[in-house]
Ligand binder design. Structure first.
Ligand SMILES: Nc1ncnc2c1ncn2[C@@H]1O[C@H](COP(=O)(O)OP(=O)(O)OP(=O)(O)O)[C@@H](O)[C@H]1O
Ligand SMILES: [Mg+2]
Length: 363
């Protein structure tokens, strides 16, 4: 089993800095997702961990062994990529057995390993077929099976289920997590899909432009985003943002803009007081944390309904509030129509405030 240390790692392709001073510790048996938009350096990181890409600066350790110069074949890792290349002329069984045959493993031992993995992935009935006779999802499970049978110390998966349809992807998320738990193998899993990361990972490393933004559990990332960018990247529908001023009135700290003026909680006020860095801030609030006020007295913000969108069990309402568009998640029985005036209530225990200049979260 392997714990992994990534210490001050850089990846340069000529002038391009694809990964910048990355530091991550992955515990033995942990499921770590590397999450970020296209081009943020996820695959470069994974390929350096695998030994497929030269590490420009910094060190990678497996346990306490520095592996910068260790070739991939000596690393006890198994990788699965988005484009899982199976051998087209071999059966599914032979595809899964191939690496073990090369190791000259005993035939009966190979058989037992392949069948156990096939059971786990529910592909036993397919073992005699060729890859072209399989669906995308089945091929992908074969690629994962091929990785499992090698009993690696570390799984390195790069968007392995990106090509599947939404329903199969949701199913595979569960299966992959169960599989990793059963095997207890350390997993580093690259994805640009936040739902995948939030649902599977023990911890998520969020990257942007080669820089680690936050490394934390899914619930911390969702509830305590480190900065405005992470807050906007995580969560669907996305967090609402409004530019505000911090003002002080009668000893109270208030958040103020064209549309509203509202007091911070005691705890929030003390965070602002002790860390104050200028008055311009951005307030962020998730659509789930806004509701429609039933009386004007309750209302904090007044807006105009722009559009309503029924999403199964939820209704999304987009409202114009001053010069911001605010999305509210509410019950499907909401009856407001386009052009109606609406009264919104922000849950001030759930909102976030980010520093104006660099977007770092106060809370
Ligand atoms: N071989 C290469 N030569 C030059 N630049 C590269 C090379 N590979 C990647 N890059 C650049 O490095 C940056 C990071 O690429 P990387 O493949 O790690 O991103 P990614 O996060 O995996 O993106 P995606 O989600 O699109 O797969 C990008 O700007 C990319 O263009
Ligand atoms: Mg990639």
């Amino acid at each position: 089993m392997a714990s992994i240390s990534i210490k001050n790692v850089w990846k340069m392709y000529g002038e391009i800095e694809a990964v910048k001073d990355l530091n991550i510790e992955v515990a033995n048996g942990e499921f770590l997702c590397i999450l970020g938009p296209s081009g943020c350096g996820k695959s470069s990181t994974l390929r350096m961990l695998a030994g497929l890409e030269h590490i420009s600066a910094g060190d990678v350790y497996y346990g306490d062994v520095r592996v910068n110069d260790l070739p991939p074949k000596d690393r006890k890792i198994a990788m699965v990529f988005e484009n899982y290349a199976l051998y087209p002329h071999k059966t599914i069984y032979e595809n899964m057995a191939n690496a073990l045959k090369i190791q000259k493993m005993d035939k009966s031992e190979i058989d037992s390993k392949v069948r156990t993995a096939a059971e786990l992935l529910e592909i036993t009935p397919l073992l005699d077929r060729k890859p072209h006779e399989l669906s995308g999802g089945q091929k992908q499970r074969t690629a994962i099976g091929r990785a499992i049978v090698r009993e690696p110390e570390l799984f390195l998966f790069d968007e392995p289920i990106a090509h599947l349809d939404a329903k199969l992807r949701a199913h595979m998320r569960g299966e992959l997590k169960i599989m990793q738990r059963k095997l207890g193998t350390t997993m580093i899993y690259v994805t640009h899909d936040q739902l995948e990361a939030l649902s599977m990972a023990d911890r998520i490393a969020v990257m942007r432009d080669g820089v680690l933004q936050q490394l934390a559990t899914p619930s911390e990332i969702y509830n305590r985003p480190a900065n405005k960018w992470v807050a906007g990247f995580i969560g669907e529908p996305a967090m609402n943002f409004m530019d505000c001023e911090i003002i002080e009135n009668n000893g109270k700290i208030l958040l103020k803009n064209d549309a509203f003026e509202s007091a911070l909680t005691k705890e929030q006020s003390s965070i602002i007081k002790t860390n104050a860095r200028g008055n311009s801030v951005t307030m962020g609030i998730r659509p789930d944390d806004i509701s429609f006020a039933t009386s004007a007295k309750e209302s904090m913000v007044s807006g105009e309904v722009l559009v309503t969108e029924l999403l199964g069990g939820d209704m999304l309402v987009e409202a114009q509030v001053s010069n911001s568009r605010i999305t509210v998640k509410t019950k499907p029985d909401y009856s407001g129509q386009m052009g109606d005036t609406c009264q919104l209530k922000f849950d001030n225990t759930r909102w976030h405030v980010f520093a104006g200049e660099d977007g770092v979260a106060y809370f």
